[in-house]
Design a protein around this ligand. Structure first.
Ligand code: NAD
Ligand code: DAU
Length: 355
């Protein structure tokens, strides 16, 4: 039995789906269902007795205690978070609450549960914390990629909240011996990603005939990883990672934002040609994100050497699959982008104007 938090979000739902598809153990999925959590992502599991969904908050300690005692998981995989940098800039409060207080609440309840386990189960128990490369800050073009010993230098409220959570996880291992593991991953993309993030937002806007808002000069670099490759890395870390260690996870696929957007337009031009020429005509440079990190890059050699993990998808194959998924799931996009989504888009992009 696994306890997964945030398993109705983008990466969490991919993790839940692929864990159960591989015939693995049952899991309890605790998710608050914020705007980013969507039970439609888990429709394929309807009627599957191995999946227990619980709507709840990771800050709710009595609920956490009850779930741990009732289901007695052998591990916790902690995805639940506020995850969008732009939202953290507009309003950091929820990020402090969920990412810091929520992680602390989960650590406290996990520690109490783990301490009381019989010796063999205590030995086998794991707390896997899902984190980000943004904790390391921003790289100059010629800097070496982030390693696990790169100094933390978080720049956005989101990154700072994740860094705080990472430090708490580290402290619970160091002080109490809680068997923790942390993955610091680069930018994910793939099915079920909420269309506030670069790739699904651009696909949605392109097809809707709306502007494709590229921040600043569009020359910021991200290291892109297909979401199922991330899930596979997490499975390996959970199975064989060294307790107390952190693992960087990356796609070895550094791309400039503007190149990502142009590539997306080219794929869409092929797959779903627009009526008035290339989707690239919709590209619009807008005011930059405040404090925008210039470049992220991951040195994945530790994960490769210790656990033999490398991504199965290249950026080209992963992106083609992703575009196909969004083209085939227009209804999902429609469903998640009504109501509160429109308000968010108006607030975020209205203040940007032209670059
Ligand atoms: P997401 O925003 O798509 O999903 C987050 C999920 O957490 C949602 O289902 C939401 O309902 C749930 N949630 C939020 N607050 C909660 C609370 N208080 N209690 C319980 N559930 C709550 O995020 P994602 O992109 O899937 O990211 C998952 C994790 O991976 C996060 O911890 C994020 O920091 C990390 N991460 C994301 C990326 C990426 O590129 N998306 C890369 C590296 C690391
Ligand atoms: O690096 C890992 C992180 O990647 C995760 O920890 C975060 O949860 C995840 O959201 C992501 O953060 P980014 O800020 O890198 O992702 P986002 O998709 O928001 O933006 C990617 C890049 O594209 C970034 O440089 C900002 C730019 N961008 C984004 C949007 C939404 C644009 O130019 N225009 C846009 O409209």
């Amino acid at each position: 039995m696994l306890l997964v938090t945030g398993g109705a979000g983008f990466i969490g739902s991919n993790f839940v789906l692929c864990s159960l598809a591989s015939g693995a153990e049952p899991l309890v999925n605790l998710d608050k269902l914020t705007y980013a959590g969507n039970l439609r992502n888990l429709e394929a599991l309807r009627g599957d007795g191995r999946h227990t969904f619980v709507r709840g908050d990771v800050r709710d300690r009595p609920l956490l205690k009850q779930l741990l005692e009732r289901h007695r998981p052998r591990a916790i995989v902690h995805f639940a978070a506020e995850s969008h940098v732009d939202r953290s800039i507009l309003g950091p409060g929820e990020f402090i609450e969920t990412n810091i207080v929520g992680t602390w609440s989960l650590l406290e309840e996990a520690r109490a549960y783990w301490s009381a386990l019989p010796a063999a189960e205590r030995e086998a128990f794991r707390f896997l914390h899902v984190s980000t490369d943004e904790v390391y800050g921003s790289l100059a073009p010629s800097d070496p990629a982030f390693t696990e010993s790169t100094q933390y230098a978080p720049n956005s409220p989101y990154a700072a909240s994740k860094a705080a959570a990472d430090h708490l996880v580290r402290a619970y291992h160091h002080t109490y011996g809680l068997p923790t593991l942390t993955g610091n991953c680069s930018n994910n993309y793939g099915p079920y990603q909420f269309p506030e993030k670069l790739i699904p937002l651009m696909i949605r806007n392109a097809l809707a005939g709306e502007p494709l808002p590229v921040y600043g000069d569009g020359l910021q670099v991200r290291d892109w990883l297909f979401v199922l490759d991330h899930c596979e890395a997490l499975h390996r870390i959970l199975a064989k990672g060294r307790v107390g260690h952190t693992y960087n996870i990356g796609g070895a696929s550094e791309k400039k934002n503007i190149d990502v957007v142009r590539t997306l337009c080219a794929i869409l031009d092929r797959e779903m040609p627009g009526k008035s020429g290339s989707y690239a005509q919709q590209i619009s440079f807008v005011k930059d994100r405040p404090g925008h990190d210039r470049r992220y890059a991951i040195d994945g050699s530790k994960l490769r050497a210790e656990l033999g993990w490398t991504p199965a998808e290249t950026f080209e194959t992963g992106l083609a699959k992703t575009v196909r998924w969004y083209l085939d799931h227009a209804e999902w996009v429609e469903d998640v982008t009504s109501g509160a989504y429109r308000t968010w888009v108006e607030t975020n992009y209205a203040r940007r104007g032209a670059a």
